[in-house]
Design a protein around this ligand. Structure first.
Ligand code: OOG
Ligand code: MG
Length: 262
């Protein structure tokens, strides 16, 4: 760690205020070039601590930048991990107030729900599939607090990986007998397909993203508890949305979910 506790608290407050009041900021590594990975996750954890102190509850976890399309779009090469709290959750078919966000984008995700704990190091897709209760489609609404979505990995980790809202829907589908790599993914905006992919776009197999999360948490002596909902990462590039847009995600076999920006 290169930042002291006071700086970590100050940066967490800065980024969380940007989220809560919907204004953008410049990436924090500009002023703190010595910030390391531990500092970045410490800032994210401090944002979580602030939310929990205000009564928010953790309702899931996420992996991000897990597909080549996303890595290329954002100019980075490593997955990142974040948390999801209660007020991020939007019901299937629900409305999202665009004015509460800065410059939201949507991305199509395969969502896992676990029935057994997953503990790294050495967690692999076999363990993930054995511990998966079911998978379902999810639209993640990301909203980087950084101006024009311009960031580096440390800045985006500190900003809880651009997390802002998510929508789950479709069918709870057990993974037995389905190949998550070949599931077709189609995201539509106002009825037009705007992003098309397949499960394998996410690290070759979306369960790899969940294994990577378990292995990441192992560094802190933590695990993914049974019953955790996890977004495995956008399978395609993220797509910008404006007020009035309707977004539907259809994933082969898993069904569909949708949301509307107002
Ligand atoms: C970072 C968040 C990435 C994903 O699924 O790749 C993410 C960003 O692109 O702003 O959630
Ligand atoms: Mg995502």
């Amino acid at each position: 760690m290169n930042l002291n506790q006071e700086t970590i608290q100050k940066l967490a407050e800065h980024l969380e205020n940007a989220e809560l009041q919907a204004f953008d900021v410049v990436k924090i590594t500009g002023d703190y070039p010595d910030m390391d990975w531990e500092d970045a996750y410490a800032i994210q954890n401090e944002i979580l601590r602030r939310k929990l102190a205000r009564g928010s509850k953790v309702v899931g976890l996420k992996a991000g930048l897990t597909s080549f399309a996303k890595m290329k779009q954002m100019g980075v090469t490593t997955p990142v991990f974040g948390f999801l709290v209660d007020y991020f959750s939007v019901p299937d078919g629900g409305e999202i107030k665009h004015s509460e966000l800065i410059h939201p984008k949507v991305e199509p995700e395969i969502v896992f729900v676990t029935k057994k704990a997953l503990k790294g190091p050495g967690c692999h897709i076999g363990a993930v599939l054995a511990a998966t209760d079911f998978v379902m489609p999810g639209i993640e609404i990301i909203d980087s607090r950084y101006r024009d979505f311009k960031f580096d990995l440390k800045s985006v980790i500190a900003d809880n990986c651009s997390s802002s809202r998510f929508v789950l829907g479709g069918q709870m589908t057990p993974v037995d007998g389905i190949d998550l790599r070949t599931l077709g993914v189609v995201m539509e905006k106002n009825g037009e397909p705007v992003a098309i992919g397949a499960g394998a776009a996410v690290l070759g197999h979306p369960a790899t993203a969940i294994a990577a999360l378990a292995n990441h948490l192992a560094q802190y002596g933590e695990e993914i508890p049974a019953g955790t909902m996890i977004l495995s990462g956008g399978a395609t590039e993220a797509v910008s949305v404006a007020p009035g847009d309707n977004v539907t995600l259809r994933i082969q076999t898993l069904g569909s979910c949708s949301c509307r920006f107002v």
